[in-house]
Design a protein around this ligand. Structure first.
Ligand code: NAD
Length: 247
C-alpha cells in the first residue's frame, strides 16, 4: 500500500452498504476513490450523501461485464495513478423458491452478478496490483454463504462461492503482494428487503442475538481490510453478523 495517498475503487457503490462505505472512505484523509454502480439513480444517491471536499470519480459499470470493471480500474489508474484497494460490494438476492421451482434464468442471473461479478473485480484489480506488487481486494459475501437458508439456494450457493473465491485468490496472489479477503455480513435492512413482509423481517431479526444490524456496523471490517493494519490477513472471511452464525 502506498505511503502517501491511498487509491480505492468500490463497485456496487449504490445501495445501502455501498453508500455507507463510500461516505466513510471518501471522508478519510489522503484517500482517492472511484465509485461505480450499474444503476445511475443509485450511484447519484450515493454521491449526494458524500462528505464535501472528497477526491472522487464515478463511473457506471455492470460487474458481470469484464470490460466495464476494467474501465473502473483504468479510471482509478488514469486519474489517481494506482489502485491500492478494491471493494467488490455487488450482490443480488435470488427469487424466493425451492431449488426445483427456480428457473435456469434465476440461477444464471445470481451466478453472473454474484460470482462472475466478484471474479471480474479480481481479474481487473490484479492487472494493476501485480505490477505494483501490492493491493487489497475485499469481496462482500454473506453469512448466507456459510449457513443454509431455505428457499434461497442461488443466493447461498453464490455467496459460498465468493468466500471460496477469496481464499483461492489469496493463495494465488500472495506472492504478488496482493491480499484477498471477504466480509460476511448478517442482516442489515436495505433495498434487498423491500419486498419482504414485516413478519419475515421479524423472523430474521429473531435469529440475530444482537438484533438486526445497520450498514454502519460493517464499516469497521472494511476499514481494517483497506488498511495496513490487515497486512498479515488474507484468505479470511470476516463475519460481522450480530451473532447470527454463532449457534
Ligand atoms: N442487506 C443485507 O442484509 C446483506 C447481508 C449480507 C450480505 N449483503 C451483501 O452486501 C452487499 C450490499 O448489499 P445491500 O444490502 O447494500 O444491497 P443494495 O441492493 O442496497 O445494493 C446493491 C447495489 O448493487 C448494485 N448492483 C446490482 N447489480 C449490479 C451489477 N450487475 N453491476 C453493478 N452494480 C450492481 C445495485 O444497483 C445496488 O446499488 C451485497 O453483496 C449483498 O449481497 C447484504
Amino acid at each position: 500500500m502506498s505511503d502517501a495517498r491511498r487509491v480505492m475503487a468500490i463497485t456496487g457503490a449504490g445501495g445501502t452498504l455501498g453508500a455507507a462505505l463510500s461516505a466513510h472512505f471518501v471522508g478519510e484523509p489522503d484517500t482517492d476513490v472511484v465509485l461505480s454502480d450499474v444503476s445511475a439513480p443509485s450511484l447519484e444517491a450515493t454521491v449526494n450523501g458524500l462528505p464535501a471536499g472528497g477526491s472522487v470519480e464515478t463511473l457506471l459499470a455492470d460487474v458481470s461485464e469484464i470490460a466495464q470493471v476494467e474501465a473502473v480500474v483504468d479510471l482509478a489508474v488514469q486519474r489517481f495513478g494506482r489502485l491500492d484497494v478494491l471493494i467488490s460490494n455487488v450482490g443480488i438476492l435470488s427469487p424466493n423458491g425451492r431449488i426445483h421451482n427456480l428457473t435456469t434464468e434465476d440461477w444464471e442471473r445470481a451466478l453472473r452478478v454474484n460470482v462472475l461479478g466478484a471474479v471480474n473485480n479480481i481479474r481487473a484489480a490484479v492487472g494493476v496490483m501485480r505490477a505494483q506488487k501490492s493491493g487489497s481486494i475485499v469481496l462482500t459475501a454473506s453469512v448466507a454463504g456459510m449457513t443454509a437458508w431455505s428457499h434461497a439456494a442461488p443466493y447461498c450457493a453464490t455467496k459460498a462461492a465468493v468466500i471460496q473465491l477469496a481464499k483461492v485468490a489469496a493463495v494465488e496472489y500472495a506472492r504478488d503482494g496482493i491480499r484477498v479477503n471477504c466480509v460476511c455480513p448478517g442482516t442489515f435492512l436495505s433495498g434487498i428487503h423491500d419486498d419482504l413482509p414485516q413478519e419475515a423481517i421479524d423472523a430474521i431479526a429473531a435469529k440475530h442475538p444482537l438484533g438486526l444490524g445497520a450498514a454502519a456496523d460493517l464499516i469497521g471490517a472494511y476499514s481494517y481490510l483497506a488498511s495496513a493494519a490487515s497486512r498479515w490477513t488474507t484468505g479470511s472471511a470476516i463475519v460481522v453478523d450480530g451473532g447470527y452464525a454463532a449457534p
